[in-house]
Design a protein around this ligand. Structure first.
Ligand SMILES: [Zn+2]
Length: 455
């Protein structure tokens, strides 16, 4: 993923002090470096860690839940009947538990950096500290935000923004390397123009990114047309919130005029194909955006955390949507999951490729089943069509080995699973969903559930 998009057959990546110091052909590198540690990756694929441009770690706690509700018929009802009751039941301990299991899933499937938006109207204050604690324990990178919304009241919006300001100042003071803060606005149909203007001013002041769900379902579009007489992206533009530091999630319902606004303002787009399919909202006009030079990254929106599944879905979805197998190529989807994701959050000088000078975020992949030879010509095809997250053997973030030969070194996996399952069980009970009976693994765990307020 360097500028020339080179594929090295028999290459060597040298790492020192958390940074990549060289990427060369193995023959050229011999004798140049004295390594304390050598990882033999012969027969394997070495790739920059994947970047998830949009997620909700708390979505993990709803996996497999049997909801006793009338099946939602559209995206607005999915929010009303599923996500909003759930986020209202969330505690900061749940935020911690979901972040632990979400980060573990990311680590085990090769994602080394993600942008998360947390929502929990009854657990706003300190929520980002709880999530950050989990991110640090697992050891990958996280860009974290609380989702400001005025769903219940304007005060709720203020509290959400305040949590972001508090967290951005805190991580700034502590000069965090792996955890960053940003601002998040839920969506234009749950916030006022005033809230968006406030966030714009604060993002300028703190020089951080802003993320907004934009035109995901038709409800967002119709709300803006009926109440403001304009389409969603036009309203965001007229309010003045758009700019190169803005990441718009979804952008499913955009027309050509709105795509033009996104391009002109330099705003970026996080594409979440699997979530869009799950919620049946439609197919985002990604090909048009790419043609216009808009930067598009890949997100999971809290649904499937394996980046390779999201890569494969993106590869397939646009082909069938346009009934043309030529429209989405291997290179483009892999870029969306790596270097483009870094560009979305202004991190392209730090991560997203294997190049000297960048942070050492590296994954080593060994396909479990390899039906055809692995060559420089076939490697992209294998990455998109053969590999899944379970083939990721070793993960390095900032030069630190977090998983080696599929053994997670940073946290106790059983402990993390137990914490998440306990939190989900209690959450489901609060939601009046089901009464699960699960035996939890007991024994040593290097993670201790802590009381609220002690972060
Ligand atoms: Zn989302």
């Amino acid at each position: 993923m360097d500028k020339q998009r080179r594929i090295l057959e028999r290459g060597t990546v040298a790492v020192d002090n958390g940074k990549i110091t060289s990427v060369e052909k193995t023959g050229e590198v011999k004798g140049k470096h004295k390594a304390e540690r050598v990882i033999d990756a012969r027969g394997r694929i070495v790739l920059p860690g994947l970047i998830c441009s949009h997620t909700h770690l708390y979505g993990m706690l709803l996996r497999g839940a049997h909801l006793d509700i009338d099946p939602p018929t559209d995206f607005s009802q999915i929010l009303q009947r599923v996500w909003w009751p759930m986020d209202e039941a969330m505690t900061t301990s749940d935020a911690y538990a979901s972040a632990l299991i979400g980060c573990l899933d990311f680590l085990k499937t090769g994602t080394t950096c993600f942008a998360d938006t947390y929502s929990g109207p009854n657990s706003i204050h300190l929520s980002l500290d709880y999530i950050a604690k989990a991110v640090r324990q697992v050891g990958i990178r996280g860009i974290l935000a609380y989702e400001a919304t005025e769903r219940h009241s304007p005060e709720e919006g203020v509290k959400g923004i305040e949590e972001n300001v508090r967290f951005i100042e805190k991580v700034g003071k502590e000069r965090e390397k792996k955890v960053k803060g940003m601002f998040s606005i839920h969506a234009s149909f749950t916030v006022s123009d005033q809230l968006m203007k406030s966030v714009r001013q604060l993002a300028d002041k703190y020089e951080t990114s802003v993320t907004i769900h934009a035109s995901e379902g038709l409800g967002d579009l119709y709300h803006n047309i009926e109440k403001y007489g304009k389409r969603t992206v036009k309203r965001l533009h007229d309010v003045g919130v758009l700019g190169p530091d803005v990441v718009l999630a979804h952008c499913v319902q955009l027309n050509d005029d709105e795509i033009d606004i996104v391009r002109k303002t330099g705003a970026k787009v996080a594409h979440n194909p699997m979530s869009n399919m799950l919620n049946a909202v439609g197919v985002a006009p990604i090909l048009k955006m790419l043609k216009e030079g808009i930067r598009v990254g890949l997100g999971n929106d809290g649904y499937i955390f394996d980046g390779f599944e999201n890569i494969r879905t993106t590869f397939l979805l646009h082909k069938v949507h346009h009934r043309d197998p030529r429209v989405m190529d291997l290179q483009t989807v892999l870029e969306m999951a790596t270097i483009k994701g870094a560009e979305l959050y202004g991190l392209e000088k730090e991560i997203g490729s294997l190049e000297a000078g960048k942070r050492a975020d590296i994954i080593v992949i060994k396909p479990d089943v390899l039906p055809t030879p692995l060559t420089p010509q076939s490697v992209l095809g294998h990455l998109v069509n053969t590999v899944d997250g379970g083939d990721v053997q070793t993960v390095i973030v900032d030069g630190e080995i977090l998983m080696e030969n599929r053994k997670v070194l940073s946290v106790n996996e059983e402990g993390v699973n137990a914490i998440a399952q306990r939190a989900a069980e209690k959450l489901w009970e609060r939601l009046g969903v089901i009464k699960p009976h699960v035996e939890y693994p007991r024994g040593s765990s290097n993670i201790i559930m802590f009381d609220q307020g002690k972060v």
